[in-house]
Design a protein around this ligand. Sequence first.
Ligand SMILES: [Zn+2]
Length: 297
Amino acid sequence: MFVVLALAVLASGCSGGGEGPGRAARPAPGQQPAKAAPPEAPPARALHGYAGRLRAAHRARVAAARRWGLGQVPLTPPAPPAHKPEITTRKGFEVDGHEELGLPPVFTGVPTEDKVVFLTIDDGAEKDPAFLRMMNELKIPYTAFLSDYLVKDDYGYFKKLQDLGVGLNNHTLHHPYLPALSYARQKREICGMQDVIEERYGKRPTLFRPPYGNYDRDTLRAAKTCGVRYAPLWDEEVFVDHWEYREEDRDLHPGDIVLSHFRGRGDWKGTMPDMVRRFMDKVTAKGYAVARLEDYL
Ligand SMILES: [Zn+2]
């Protein structure tokens, strides 16, 4: 009789009588507890959050592509390369003593196997707010090469580009045909623009593109003296209504640099967004993403 009673008390104390907090907190076999936070829980939540953000970003890109009239949603570029490719001067583009003098390399594309192209936009005449919105909403990276005589009536427009992550680079003060000028005058054109960009935008460019793609040894010597490290030209040029190609195969290649301009209806039969549509529709249809040139240098 005594023994049976004692067993009943023990059983009761052990199980909590079938109700109460002690029991509710125990996980069922094969299940994680609902409230207690073992070490696995936070990473699982973070992963869910990251995937959620990716999905949200993709939805935003799809909506932006539709809003701006693109044929397809732009492809996402790979992460910037951990090891930067070695940039050398394209064969046939060297000047005397190019390598010995350590002059900035002149190149039309970047050696990479990534299926990316780079968009570069020159001069600065057109200051289209719709273009700013379009590029920001589509998250298309690009690099600007500015000439002071065209941008000086509205430095603020290009400050907005910079605030959105666009690199502002050197395309001389007055856009001259540089090989016709003395070393001193070339230096004034190039180094003068370095100073303007540093003063207005707080950062001295490392990229310089000679107007019309024309340069000589003095151009590169002058550029080097005021901090230029690279002289990128281009492989293709895109307009609102057509493309032009440097290569005979008239095609895109991994690492190609594409040129366009800050131009509008004054020069073109269309707007900068029209140019971007023509650019993106070919790039995406050919399976390329647009990456940031500076990320590969
Ligand atoms: Zn130009």
